[in-house]
Write a protein that binds this ligand. Structure first.
Ligand SMILES: [Zn+2]
Length: 88
């Protein structure tokens, strides 16, 4: 079992919150005051996923909207959906 370094994670979140960068996926500003479960709230996105050996460190994390992050993850899990075209 991997023990998560929650103190380190907390420190990264605090540092990103202080800088208040825009979402690295869609490029729009993030409202850092939104509640945790809001689709536009701030989440830490690992550039190289932890599952692929990415580091849980500042150099490998960027700020993203919750919904942008979950969309990105869906794209990695199911790339075939992209070829079926937009449903909009
Ligand atoms: Zn975004």
């Amino acid at each position: 079992m991997i023990k998560r370094d929650s103190a380190n994670r907390h420190r990264m979140r605090a540092r990103i919150k202080r800088d208040q960068p825009a979402c690295h996926i869609c490029g729009k500003a993030i409202d850092y005051t939104l509640p945790h479960l809001d689709p536009w709230s701030f989440v830490i996105d690992h550039v190289v996923p932890l599952a692929k050996g990415g580091a849980d460190a500042m150099g490998n994390v960027k700020a993203a909207h919750r919904q942008c992050n979950s969309k990105k993850r869906a794209r990695i899990v199911a790339p075939i959906v992209r070829r079926s075209g937009s449903l909009d």
